[in-house]
Design a protein. Structure first.
Ligand code: ADP
Length: 470
């Protein structure tokens, strides 16, 4: 990836452009405001000084003040105003000048500002003075008699050097402020971008390792923000994926193992049938054994199909009165149990206990539990199905007084292919999948399933389902 496309680069560049634009706008605004303020100040100052000087020119024109005195008055005003002061009469002739040596006394001043002032208007302009070698601000103010006719002009000019120097200082200050702001923002945004991108880079690296097959990834860096939450979710996802994958491998190995046993037996039986001379009775025994192994295979495949169906099938939940369902199941099974010398009894309340469930799946759960009770209880035993309510749960118990389950095995009983003393159970024809199907269905129903058992005394399997609202 080109570094120009990286978040780090783009974030920094964006911040820099924004801060540059902001600083340029602020600087332009500040600079023009300050420039206008300084020049206006200067002009007002000149005008005030000019108004002050105008009465001296009037005195001169009335013949009360002579040229020499006028020039010395001009010099005084010039010192106060910081500007050159000229007194000019109606004919544009200079009658007083604050510059005594090399001044313009008796010369005609041909200036546009003077012409405008002689026409009765105050006029000012910016010009360049060769005498002082600087730009200057000049101003001509008309002096009027009582009737309002222009009788002369006060002409003032002052150097703009100080103002321009101040403005140059301001320009340097604004330039440095812009550079400083950009450096601070640039540095800050690099740090900020690094804070964002470091965990993202770690995430990318971990995701790449996962795509290469190393699923057990864990991100350590977890700031308490959106990226932190992303990392947290990533960790959960990786853990789950790792769990599912290893489970899948284990499951595939278990299935292969389970299928291999009946297949090996069948292969041996077929070879014996083929290679040995046998009488009819022996042949029938062998074929019966073959039949049993085939049944086991069919049962295994059916259970596997049932499990995979549970994982992907979309099912419709409906309100089910568990008491009625259990009564039906007990009636359907009673004959089969009694033929095997077992008593199947029910302890079911009359009133409805209703849950949200898929009836066929509940039947499957009961069928698996009853089959187990049937298989692991010897003749003469009793199997009882009970139903009751506890808090907001509807609980079903299937209890037998059969062989029971050793305590150390009880924790694993709901795992796929788990059998207590495998050889014993296989003899009985179990696939080791019945209880995992039960557990899967009950979990999907938001319920819980558990076992209480004592070896030699019997077992009780319970499942609790949330009671359905009205
Ligand atoms: P299986 O098809 O072998 O019965 P399950 O998953 O239904 O598989 O049961 C797992 C194992 O739990 C059985 O092999 C058996 O050893 C034990 N088990 C299940 N139910 C009972 C029971 N009611 N009494 C004694 N042992 C039981």
């Amino acid at each position: 990836m080109s570094r120009f496309y990286s978040i780090r680069f783009r974030l920094t560049a964006t911040f820099l452009v924004i801060i540059l634009a902001v600083m340029v706008i602020i600087s332009l605004f500040l600079y023009t405001t300050l420039e206008r303020y300084h020049i206006n100040n200067l002009v007002e100052h000149l005008e005030r000084s000019g108004r002050l000087a105008s009465e001296f020119l009037e005195g001169h024109l009335r013949g009360q003040i002579d040229t020499i005195r006028l020039s010395s008055l001009a010099e005084n005003i010039s010192r106060q105003a910081g500007a050159r002061v000229l007194f000019i009469d109606e004919q544009s002739s200079v009658v007083g000048d604050s510059v005594r040596v090399g001044g313009l006394i008796n010369q005609t001043l041909e200036q546009r500002d003077v012409e405008v002032a002689l026409n009765g208007e105050v006029s000012s302009s910016t010009a360049y003075s060769e005498r002082i070698d600087h730009p200057i601000k000049q101003m001509a103010i008309p002096v009027k008699d009582e009737e309002g006719s222009v009788v002369g002009v006060i002409f003032l000019s002052t150097s703009l050097e100080d103002v321009y120097q101040t403005l140059a200082d301001i320009r340097i200050f604004l330039f440095l402020a812009t550079i400083l702001a950009m450096a601070v923002v640039g540095g800050g945004s690099v740090l900020l971008a690094r804070r964002f991108t470091t965990p993202l880079q770690e995430l990318t690296a971990a995701a790449r390792r996962m795509s290469e097959g190393k699923l057990d990834q864990h991100i350590e860096f977890q700031p308490n923000d959106e990226i932190g939450r992303l990392a947290e979710q990533f960790n959960i996802m990786a853990k789950r994926l790792d769990y599912y994958t290893s489970n899948l491998k284990k499951f595939a190995a278990d299935v292969a193992h389970e299928v291999r046993t009946p297949l090996t037996t069948m292969s041996l039986l077929t070879k014996s049938l083929k290679d040995h001379d046998m009488d009819q009775k022996q042949q029938k025994e062998f074929i019966d054994d073959l039949d049993k192994e085939l049944d086991r295979l069919v049962e295994l495949v059916n259970d596997l199909l049932e499990l995979s169906k549970l994982e992907k099938e979309e099912v419709e939940y409906e309100k089910v009165a568990v008491n009625n369902l259990l009564q039906d199941i007990i009636s359907e099974n009673r004959m089969r149990f009694s033929r095997a010398g077992l008593e199947l009894s029910g302890n079911i309340p009359e009133h409805d206990l209703v849950v949200q469930a898929v009836p066929l799946q509940l039947r499957q759960v009961m069928s698996n539990l009853l089959d187990n009770a049937f298989n692991y209880t010897s003749s003469g035993g009793t199997v009882t199905v009970s139903l009751y309510q506890e808090d907001s749960e509807v609980i079903t118990a299937v209890c037998d007084d059969g062989e029971g389950i050793p305590e150390e095995d009880q924790a694993f009983i709901f795992e796929r292919f788990f059998r207590v003393e495998r050889a014993r159970s296989r003899e009985g024809g179990g696939t080791g999948l019945g209880l995992s199907i039960v557990s899967e269905i009950i979990t999907q129903h938001n319920g819980r399933v558990w076992v209480e058992s004592e070896e030699g005394k019997g077992s009780c399997f319970y499942f609790a389902l949330p009671q359905a609202g009205e």
